[in-house]
Design a protein around this ligand. Structure first.
Ligand code: NAD
Length: 255
């Protein structure tokens, strides 16, 4: 039987912030496509629950709890993941909603709000990419998938300016690094998400208002981001690099 170009058997993936919501969906779909998945989260219990349920479904997964803004913790965790599953072939940088973040207009923010976003969405993501990339280049194959947001490329009046700025910054890095490592067989892309179901769950009374400007008239599902990540991580994704793929139901205001 021939193997699908989407098959990720034999690949090791690390998904950050995968203890719930979007990251969980990405981890599940990568595992369903055959990858062995390291499930990262700040909260060990969340990472362990997701890894256990992937294993229960017949997939391969281990929990890899650490704070992606902590450089020393990252080094330790990567050493453990490499020992347990092998080197990271596929990195999905999904952690991007810092604990304690406040949504407020720029004029009401201060440096602590900016730093919270930059530490996670820009420096944290850069640090994980910097840690896995040398091995991918050396092995001549690798995939980096950065989770971003429509807030990176459009102005939105919903109090997310520092978040949007950090996401714009990491999309810039994606474009540059993709050109640098392209000859080595490593692709680097971003997926810019629109509004996802967990936002709807937090705003159940305003669901109609939330979906009004989304052409498909519903919110996004974690599995749909997972499917996009599988494509970018797969052999079929090999000719796509330096791109920002918008998965947002066609929303023009692209949150
Ligand atoms: N939900 C949306 O509508 C939406 C829209 C656009 C973009 N996004 C992006 O999708 C990604 C996931 O968002 P979500 O809504 O699923 O978030 P979420 O808050 O539901 O889950 C994120 C997980 O990341 C973990 N996390 C937070 N900080 C971490 C850290 N420093 N180290 C490790 N783990 C950490 C949290 O513990 C949590 O379990 C983010 O990058 C976000 O910016 C989401």
């Amino acid at each position: 039987m021939s193997t699908s170009g989407f098959d990720l058997s034999g690949r090791t993936a690390l998904v950050t912030g995968a203890g719930r919501s979007v990251g969980e969906g990405i981890a599940r779909e990568l595992a369903a496509a055959g990858a062995a998945v390291a499930v990262n989260d700040l909260h060990a219990d969340r990472a362990e629950a997701v890894a256990a349920s992937i294993r229960d479904a017949g997939g391969a997964a281990v929990a890899a709890p650490f704070d992606v803004t902590d450089a020393a913790a990252l080094d330790d965790a990567l050493a453990r993941v490499t020992a347990e599953l092998g080197p990271v072939d596929v990195l999905v940088n999904n952690a991007g909603v810092p604990e304690g973040q406040r949504t407020r207009q720029f004029l009401a923010t201060d440096e602590s709000d900016w730093l919270l976003q930059i530490q996670l969405n820009l420096l944290g993501s850069m640090r994980v990419i910097r840690a896995v990339l040398p091995g991918q280049v050396e092995r001549g194959w690798g995939r980096v998938v950065q989770i971003s947001s429509g807030a990176s490329s459009r102005g939105l009046d919903i109090g997310v300016s520092a978040y949007g700025a950090a996401k714009s910054g990491i999309e810039g890095l994606v474009r540059h690094v993709a050109t640098e490592v392209g000859p080595s067989g490593v692709t680097v892309n971003a997926i810019a998400l629109g509004l996802m179901e967990n936002v709807g769950q937090r705003n159940a009374d305003h669901l109609e208002h939330l979906v009004r400007d989304i052409p498909v008239r519903r919110l996004g599902r974690p599995s749909e981001i997972g499917g996009t990540a599988v494509w970018l991580a797969s052999e079929y994704g090999g000719y796509v690099t330096g791109q920002v793929v918008h998965v947002n139901g066609g929303a023009l205001n692209g949150r």
